[in-house]
Structures are given as structure tokens and as C-alpha cells.
Design a protein around this ligand. Structure first.
Ligand SMILES: Cc1cc2nc3c(=O)[nH]c(=O)nc-3n(C[C@H](O)[C@H](O)[C@H](O)COP(=O)(O)OP(=O)(O)OC[C@H]3O[C@@H](n4cnc5c(N)ncnc54)[C@H](O)[C@@H]3O)c2cc1C
Length: 440
């Protein structure tokens, strides 16, 4: 890489201190590149956001699971020395008549999804594909619920080609297995930020990027506080921040890189997620299902309720009993904008019905409800990206550097099918560092 010789003594400016930005900054700093990371928030991690509550429980507001065995993420987990627990235990499902049972194998319904790996016709939305498929009527709702919930997507927009690529990518890394990081996912981001600083890079918090002006070989980034100059710039701002058109909130680029045109073709998914912290595992008192199933409960599916997905931390020991509620995709609109208290009250009523337990028992056990509104967070404007029909080439197109000066990274620039994950963000950070170092 050429020396920058900018007056700020910065070779590369990295916009955003999420997992993509910090990974890129660390990889560059390790090779002697002078990096400065500019982050709008007062913390690192972005959509990796762990909080220690007053009850002494570390909860996740953003990423929680290590999905499968992606090598770049596991290398970091080992390097950091954090402990992880694999999620297992019973999966419970409330049926349409209100009965609670152990989740039956959804194998048949989900084999339909694996068919998408071989889809070689024109890209269409998942909803269109389902309409013309031979998937039995009774399985369709479950499939839509799964695709929308997992991808935070709208079934009428998400493309079957991307779903097929994603399915194959997950198969390759045992994506059906999930682990939880003890003590919080944020430890990974903090670890990376510390390494960047040790390597004489800078991580500047509270620096909200307002504009980027650039020409080949030089970049000028204006923030709320000052102007930074460098030879190159890595942009890891979330997809919907790049898509934002609101004159007050947008980050302007002059000239506009081609990558922004491709960013507009992708979509940002939405999620409502909240954590209930209880004084006891009251659900173990339920008579609705066996003691063993209740004691081992890992996931609970209540498709006809809001939210439709819940999970515990089983088998991990925890400081207090917690239940997470989750809804992704179009159904989240029913819960969006509700306060933590409103979410907690509605959840207690729903859970009491599911487990056939006096609502007062559930309510009295609730210490607090925690949530983060990612949709209204100006620095995320949504949860994570997905690829609409017809846009499968867009993430790769975003990875093409502009005049060897402006580079894009972030989970939305993933090209192998792991969109919307921590490992996609890490992978993109490593990729962009190699591009800058001239290795690819
Ligand atoms: C509720 C939720 C649950 C999730 N669950 C999982 C999970 O279980 N497993 C998993 O693998 N993934 C999960 N994800 C996805 C995962 O968190 C993301 O894919 C990943 O963290 C994205 O990293 P990133 O670096 O690309 O983006 P970000 O983490 O968003 O980093 C971008 C950074 O840019 C900063 N920024 C934005 N605007 C500006 C500006 N104007 N100036 C300066 N800085 C700015 C942001 O503050 C942020 O720090 C979840 C996400 C959410 C929201």
C-alpha cells in the first residue's frame, strides 16, 4: 500500500466500530497501516451490544448466537478466551388449539427450503415461489414464519436465489447448531478495539460521520466535531444508514460511489427482541407438559401469538432466569415502538396462557424487561440485511473498490450467503483489509 502522507498521519479511515470495522482496523494495524476508526456511538460493537443489568445479568440487545462453525468467528472466540455453551434442550411448541407439546420434526416442511439450493430459474420472491410450489397448504405458514423470522425479512421481497445460497452456506458450517457467549458478545468487539489501540491505531467514539468527500488517493471525512483526512477509507456503516435519504440524517458521499447504487437494491430487515428477567424459572411449575421438557426448555414456539419465538439460556447457568422474545420480518410491525414495560406486560399475559399458570405468578416474578429499538436507532436503522429477488449480485458489486480509495465492508457485503451475521461482518473486515494490502 502507498503511504498516505496526509496531514493527519492516517493511512486508512474506518467508518464504524462494529465487528466489520474493528476486524478490518485490527488486520491493517497488524501490518503497520496507520488506522483511525470513527464511531458515532459512545461504545464499540454496533449491533453487537451486551448490557449488564442491575440484576447482574448480562443480556444481549443485538447478536446473541454463534451460528454454526464459521472459522473466522471461532478463531476470534478462541483468541479472546471467552467461554461458550452450545444451545440444546427441549423445543416446545404451542399448537393451534393451545396445547403445549415438544416440537415435532419440521423435516418435511424444511426439505422444501433445501430445494432452493438448486433453483436455476429466474430469481423470484419466496412468497411467489411458495405460491407456485407443491408445499402443502398446512406447511406454508410455518415456512413463511421461519424465513421471515430468521432473516428478519419480508417473504414478498426476499429472493429464492439468495435463500438457496444461504442454505448451502449454512450446511457447510453446521449452521443448525448455535452457541452462546458467556459474559456477552461485546467482549469480542472490546477485545478487537484494544488490539487496534495496542497497535497504535485509534478508535474514536462519539464521531458521527456527516460527509465523505474523495478523489483517487485522498479522502476527507467530516464528523460532528472535525474533519479527518486519509489516503483510503473503509465504509462499514450499516446498509440502511447508506440507504438513508433524510437530508438531516444521511451521510453524504461526493462523488457518490457506485456501491451506493447497489446498496439501494438490498433490503434492511426488522426485528423486535426483548429480554425478560425473572426472579425464578416459574415455567417449571407448569402442568402443561412434562417436568423434564420444562426443565430443559431451550426454545418455545407460539406461532399464533406475538412474539412467536422465545428462548431461555439452557443449559448455561445464569444469574437470574431469563426469557427472550423475538419476532422478525413483517409481523414485527405489531410490536414496533412498544416500550419495554408494554412488551413485558403483554409477554407475561401471553406466557401465563401458554403455560397455564396464574398471570400474577408470572408478573410478580418479573424484575424487568430490556429492549433496544434497532429500527429507530439512527446508527442502525434496522436489524440486519437480506437480499431481495434480483439483487444477488449486489453484495459482490459493493465489494469492488472505487479508485483504490473507497472500500465497503459490513455484513451486507457478504458474498458467500451468511448475510446478517457476526461472521459475515468479520469476514468482510478481513476481505477489505486484504484488498487494501493488495493481497486480493
Ligand atoms: C436484534 C439482533 C439480533 C441479532 N442476532 C444475531 C445472532 O444471533 N447471530 C449473529 O451472527 N448475528 C446476529 N445479528 C446480526 C449482527 O449483529 C450483525 O450482522 C453484525 O453485528 C453487523 O456488524 P457490522 O460491523 O456489519 O455493522 P454494525 O455492527 O452496525 O457496525 C456499524 C457501525 O457504524 C456505526 N455508525 C452508523 N452510522 C454512523 C455514522 N454516521 N458515523 C459513524 N459511525 C456510524 C454504528 O454505530 C456501528 O457501530 C443480530 C442483529 C440484531 C440487530
Amino acid at each position: 500500500m502507498n503511504e498516505a502522507n496526509t496531514d493527519d498521519g492516517i493511512d486508512v479511515l474506518v467508518l464504524g466500530a462494529g465487528m466489520a470495522g474493528l476486524t478490518a482496523a485490527r488486520a491493517l494495524a497488524e501490518r503497520g497501516v496507520r488506522v483511525t476508526v470513527l464511531e458515532a456511538r459512545d461504545r464499540v460493537g454496533g449491533r453487537v451490544f451486551s448490557e449488564k443489568t442491575i440484576e447482574g445479568v448480562t443480556i444481549e440487545h443485538g447478536a446473541e448466537f454463534v451460528h454454526g462453525k464459521p472459522p473466522e468467528l471461532w478463531a476470534l472466540l478462541h483468541e479472546c478466551g471467552v467461554t461458550v455453551s452450545e444451545r440444546d434442550g427441549s423445543m416446545l411448541r404451542e399448537d393451534w388449539s393451545g396445547g403445549l407439546g415438544e416440537d415435532e420434526d419440521q423435516g418435511d416442511a424444511f426439505t422444501a427450503l433445501s430445494k432452493l439450493e438448486h433453483w436455476d430459474k429466474a430469481d423470484i420472491s419466496f412468497a411467489e415461489w411458495l405460491e407456485q410450489s407443491d408445499v402443502p397448504e398446512e406447511d406454508r405458514q410455518a415456512l413463511i414464519g421461519y424465513v421471515e423470522g430468521f432473516n428478519a425479512a419480508d417473504a414478498k421481497r426476499i429472493g429464492v436465489k439468495a435463500l438457496g445460497v444461504q442454505q448451502a452456506a449454512e450446511d457447510a458450517i453446521e449452521g443448525d447448531r448455535a452457541w452462546h457467549v458467556h459474559g456477552g458478545y461485546s467482549q469480542l468487539a472490546e477485545y478487537l478495539a484494544d488490539r487496534v489501540k495496542e497497535l497504535r491505531g485509534e478508535v474514536k467514539l462519539g464521531e458521527r460521520v456527516v460527509s465523505v468527500r474523495w478523489a483517487a488517493g485522498s479522502v476527507e471525512v467530516r464528523t460532528n466535531s472535525r474533519t479527518f483526512r486519509a489516503a483510503k477509507c473503509v465504509v462499514t456503516l450499516p446498509l440502511s444508514v447508506l440507504q438513508c435519504t433524510d437530508a438531516e440524517a444521511r451521510v453524504s458521499f461526493t462523488p457518490e460511489p457506485e456501491a451506493l447504487g447497489h446498496a439501494k437494491r438490498l433490503a434492511m430487515g426488522q426485528v423486535v427482541r426483548f429480554t425478560l428477567v425473572f426472579g425464578e424459572r416459574w415455567w417449571e411449575r407448569s402442568k402443561a407438559i412434562s417436568k423434564k421438557a420444562l426443565g430443559d426448555m431451550s426454545f418455545l414456539f407460539t406461532p399464533q401469538r406475538m412474539p412467536p419465538v422465545w428462548w431461555t439460556r439452557h443449559p448455561e447457568p445464569e444469574e437470574a432466569a431469563t426469557l427472550v422474545g423475538w419476532v422478525g420480518g413483517t409481523r414485527m410491525s405489531e410490536l414496533i415502538g412498544k416500550s419495554a414495560e408494554e412488551l413485558g406486560a403483554a409477554a407475561c399475559a401471553a406466557l401465563a396462557e401458554v403455560f397455564r399458570i396464574d398471570e400474577a405468578v408470572v408478573r410478580n416474578s418479573l424484575f424487568a424487561t430490556y429492549t433496544h429499538d434497532w429500527a429507530r436507532d439512527p446508527f442502525s436503522r434496522g436489524a440486519y440485511s437480506y437480499v431481495p429477488a434480483g439483487a444477488l449480485d449486489a453484495p459482490a458489486a459493493m465489494c469492488v473498490p472505487e479508485a483504490d480509495t473507497i472500500f465497503f465492508a459490513g455484513e451486507h457485503t457478504e458474498t458467500s450467503g451468511h448475510w446478517g451475521t457476526v461472521h459475515a461482518a468479520i469476514g468482510s473486515g478481513l476481505r477489505v483489509a486484504r484488498q487494501i494490502l493488495g493481497e486480493i
